[in-house]
Design a protein around this ligand. Structure first.
Ligand code: BES
Ligand code: MN
Ligand code: ZN
Length: 503
């Protein structure tokens, strides 16, 4: 296996003229008066001359515009890179603009090793955004190639910042590195071919990647799942020659206030089962385990950062195949906990494995349950490719939306309309697995809600995040987002866990 090397993030003060690196990246903003060079480390006269020639160089400052120029003697680095940052109010861009401009430059500068990012970052928050952008943009997935590729991602990002002496900067850079590592591990799992990543190999990969962290991993194999009555996970998995798994990961810090449970959909490949999907783009369904990869990445990041939040992650792993033993439309499953579900469409499998996971998670009476899944095509109809939908108890839903806003992820709150519940009524079982297609993302959430447990007669606070579109980028890369697996959702969940820790 060919693996990209680790990324090192450091900080220096804004005068980077003597820093030894291959390139120095500066920001160019768009404005009504044309492109504008933002606070570069160049000597005044040089900066003014460059500003004068931006238009004739064809530079606009648009997002994802990354242009390389030979540097003059005033810089020790050989190359000056101009990275477009889009429209900016005043002289300091907002964190997400910086994150994207740094990420796009890091992504497009693959092949270089050490690069300085000299963006206007007077605060720790802004410096951290640049560091995150670099950590998210410096990614490639060479694992399935027979030869090492010509260009590897950056190995060192130097953040030039006015906050370089601030005492909280090292922790912020460390957090950026942890986020980068976690997101890259999610992308790797999503991008891995589904003949290599199946429930059993995903479970053993979980043991490997958590080995150095204070996490306890328990793997439920098919015998245990059958014996304990996990009818959703077993029912979905039985059409495959490769049996399902449930992975439980526990983080129990000495000092822990709240208990957070995370449940992730881990369909390692979704053919649709007997309700077979059409062939076009079916290979994208290797990404149907992104929710499970995200909860694994999140609990790993929580543990690495030592957050004082007890966390339990549940990875619901199965392969949805149309084998001879596959579930039929009309079958009735008895889910973990005893509720029965009539299968109307074997392609609505995610909610079945998630139902078992939600019941198992609820049994421990956590303070909050959050589930994350590539659950419905309807998510993309409602919100497009880049915006995740979040539904559930209004308090948790809104807390997730505000956590997302602070991280730069696009997450939108949606309702749980009560009239959708009756569309899931079955003529033979407690519930059917498919209902109204209008608002199908919310219908799926209403189904999941049925499996959230109670403590002392009160439903456990819960929210569901549908990442069907955002988890996988099947168009061109942009900002810090590569093609294919994206790692969407991790930053929101981590920020939410940090909010819980602060309570
Ligand atoms: N994994 C899919 C949802 C999906 C679709 C994710 C496209 C990413 C991209 C899910 O299992 C599914 O097939 N959902 C069905 C549900 C329907 C049969 C009620 C859907 O959305 O069509
Ligand atoms: Mn499906
Ligand atoms: Zn699916």
């Amino acid at each position: 296996m060919i693996n990209a090397s680790e990324l090192k993030l450091t900080a220096v003060s804004p005068d980077v003229r003597r820093v030894a690196a291959q390139a120095v990246v500066v920001a160019v903003a768009q404005s009504t008066d044309g492109p504008r060079l933002l606070g570069s480390p160049l000597p005044k006269a040089e900066a003014a001359a460059l500003q004068e020639s931006l238009v004739s160089l064809g530079i606009s400052g648009a997002p994802d515009e990354v242009v390389r120029l030979p540097a003059t003697d005033s810089l020790k680095a050989g190359v000056l890179v101009l990275s477009g940052i889009g429209r900016v109010e005043g002289d300091t861009p907002d964190p997400e603009c910086l994150r994207r401009a740094a990420g796009s430059a890091a992504r497009q500068l693959a092949g270089l090793s050490k690069v300085v990012f000299a963006f206007p970052t007077p605060t720790v928050e802004l410096a951290a955004a640049v560091a995150e952008g670099v950590a998210l943009g410096a990614y490639s997935f060479p694992n399935h190639r027979s030869k090492a590729p010509e260009k590897f991602p950056l190995t060192e990002g130097v953040i030039a910042t006015g906050a370089s002496a601030h005492k909280s900067l090292p922790a912020a850079l460390r957090r950026a590195a942890v986020i980068g590592r976690a997101v890259r591990s999610i992308r790797d799992l999503v991008n891995t071919a589904p003949n290599d990543l199946y429930p059993e190999s995903f479970a053993s990969e979980t043991r490997t990647v958590t080995k150095s962290l204070p996490l306890k991993v328990t793997v439920f194999d098919e015998k245990r799942l059958e014996k304990d009555g996990y009818g959703g996970i077993m029912g979905v998995g039985k059409g495959s020659a490769r049996p399902p798994r449930l992975v439980k990961i526990e983080y129990t810090p000495a000092k822990a206030g709240k208990h957070l449970a995370l449940v992730g959909k881990g369909i390692t490949f979704d053919t649709g089962g007997i309700s077979l999907k059409p062939p076009a783009n079916m290979h994208h369904m290797k990404s149907d385990m992104a929710g499970a990869a995200t909860v694994l990445g999140t609990i790993s990041a929580i543990a690495e950062l030592g957050l004082p939040v007890r966390t339990t992650a549940w990875l619901c792993l199965a392969e949805n195949m149309p084998g001879g033993n596959a579930a039929r439309p009309g079958d009735v499953f008895t889910m973990f906990g005893g509720k029965t579900v009539e299968i109307l469409n074997t392609d609505a499998e995610g909610r079945l494995v998630m139902a078992d996971g939600l019941v198992a998670a609820s049994a421990e009476k956590p303070d909050v349950v959050i589930d994350i899944a590539t659950l419905t095509g309807a998510q993309m109809v409602a919100l497009g490719r880049r915006t995740s939908g979040v539904m559930g108890d209004n308090g948790i839903r809104d807390a997730l939306v505000s956590a997302a806003e602070a991280t730069g992820e696009s997450v939108w709150g949606m309702p749980l309309p009560e009239e959708l519940r009756s569309s899931l009524d079955s003529t033979v079982a407690d519930l059917a697995n498919a209902g109204d297609r209008n608002g199908g993302m919310m219908t799926a959430a209403v189904f999941l809600e049925e499996f959230v447990g109670e403590v002392d007669g009160k439903k456990i606070p819960w929210a569901h995040i549908d990442i069907a579109g955002p988890a996988f980028n099947d168009v061109a890369p942009y900002g810090y987002v590569p093609k294919n697996g994206t790692g969407a959702g991790l930053r929101t969940l981590l920020a939410y866990a940090e909010q819980l820790a602060a309570q």
